[in-house]
Write a protein of this length. Structure first.
Length: 465
């Protein structure tokens, strides 16, 4: 009996230790640098911080109001992930009590970053434990797991407080940075294009001192659309024409969801990508505004976003918009509706700025043929993160990749033929041009694989079969 109990205890301890190591993120490298395009603006009252775990990749974005702000919220999506938003709906007379707003990746696990910024305010003695001096930080998260990255790394307290201590004024990183590090858009139409976070800024009013800024993380099921109705970024269906736009696709639903749908004909087959998405946004002004004025602006701007992202606010989206005023400038030169319309156009600019520059993949002009010995080096099993495993095998002189466990965007449980781009790089000739590259050690032994090398790469290790 004692032996059995000992085995049980040891097994439980072993499982506990494995689980602890499995979830440990303490060795992940923190990145709070800006590596890409930015929006520059002059507004000392507003500070912005970003942080990411590139091993994800995933990240967060902090908006800090130096002297607090009045904030309201408008939720439209069917799958929101928010924290501390109920207080924003109560309309208290106190004009400004919000210290910061946090946007984060990591789905509900990323909500840890929101409370972490609040505790950073207390730890830095900006706020305290007094009931009338408690830090108040609301926020929202996006889903950036699943096929896009099979690891389960999420933005945590450690990353959030590093980003807090790297706050900057007058600069907002655009594209695949901060909370937009692994965002995507257009899954409804099968586009599945990378997006990110965007920002825009305007100064208006009789004195030119009234400021409006719009910030957004576009992780939308719908597709980003420009002011002419064109898709901004999309892996287009093979039968679409260069002039196929969002109106054409919406008008021909559900047939247009078929990858092989042609604009001039309809087919019976239909279906859409099953990705979970959210667009989280913030419109902020220095104009003094009452609670009702802020709420109207939030409603007006959020409604207008259905022009820039189509379709918008579906059951698969968690669309949440915050509207804030730093209550600095008295400006009655514009009525509420006009001011809201300007804010809405600023948000459209921000959405367009969220789409990162992404070099178009160009296959080799002439086919590359690799000898059997070179191809044989790559055969084996490869593990990605905690959830995905794939097998590489060689058949009839071709390199085949097949998922064995988990989900990875662009790969399937059916074997997929990859075409050589170089001796160690391969690509698939499909709507989504997934690429892989093999890595070797100093002796030339193949030890790993990278999927889609570049800004959104996933790295895996070779494992025993």
């Amino acid at each position: 009996m004692r032996t059995v109990m000992s085995l049980v205890v040891n097994s439980v301890l072993s499982i506990s230790l494995v689980a602890t190591a499995y979830a440990d993120q303490s060795e992940l490298i923190i990145n709070t640098e800006i590596r890409g395009p930015v929006l520059s603006f002059d507004w000392p009252e507003l500070e912005i911080g970003v942080g990411s775990y590139e091993a994800g990749p995933t990240g967060l974005t902090i908006f800090r109001f130096r002297n607090q702000a009045s904030v309201v919220v408008d939720v439209r999506g069917g799958s929101p992930g928010t924290t501390n938003t109920d207080v924003l709906r109560l309309g208290y007379d106190r004009p400004a009590f919000t210290d910061a707003i946090v946007f984060s990746g990591g789905a509900l696990y990323g909500e840890e970053t929101i409370t972490a910024v609040a505790t950073a305010l207390k730890d830095d003695r900006i706020r305290s434990g007094r009931w009338d001096n408690i830090a108040f930080v609301p926020g929202a998260v996006i889903f950036d797991f699943g096929e896009r990255r099979p690891n389960e790394i999420y933005p945590d307290k450690r990353l959030a407080q590093a980003a807090w201590r790297a706050l900057r004024t007058g600069v907002f990183p655009l594209g695949a940075q901060g909370a937009g590090r692994m965002a995507m858009q257009g899954g409804f139409f099968g586009c599945d294009a990378h997006s990110g976070q965007g920002g825009a800024f305007r100064q208006i009013g009789w004195s030119g001192k009234t400021k409006i800024a719009a910030f957004v993380v576009v992780n939308a099921w719908g597709a980003v659309t420009d002011r002419t109705g064109q898709l901004v970024r999309c892996d287009r269906g093979r039968s679409w024409t260069t002039s196929t736009n969002v109106s054409d696709l919406l008008r021909n639903l559900p047939d247009s969801l078929d990858e092989y749908w042609k604009p001039t004909e309809a087919k019976e087959k239909s279906g859409a990508a099953t990705t979970k998405n959210t667009t989280i946004s913030l419109v902020v002004t220095n104009r003094k505004m009452s609670f009702w004025e802020l709420q109207r602006m939030a409603t007006q701007v959020h409604t207008s976003m259905g022009r820039a992202i189509q379709p918008f606010a579906t059951d698969n989206d968690g669309d949440t918009l915050f509207a804030a005023s730093t209550q600095e400038i008295e400006d009655k030169s514009l009525d509420s509706a006009t001011f809201g319309a300007i804010a809405a156009e600023t948000m459209w600019d921000a959405i367009l700025a969220s789409v990162p520059d992404e070099p178009q993949f160009v296959p080799p002009s002439t086919p590359i043929v690799l000898d059997p010995d070179t191809l044989a080096r790559y055969a084996g099993m490869y593990a990605f993160g905690q959830t995905a495993t794939l097998r590489v095998r060689i058949e009839n002189g071709e390199l085949l990749v097949q998922l064995k466990e988990g989900d990875v965007h662009g790969l399937s449980y059916n074997p997929t033929v990859f075409i050589p781009k170089s001796e160690s790089e391969f690509y698939v000739d499909k709507r989504h041009p997934t690429r892989i590259a093999f890595t070797s050690d100093a002796s030339g032994k193949v030890i790993g694989m990278t999927i889609n090398p570049g800004l959104w790469e996933l790295t895996g290790s070779r494992v025993p079969e």
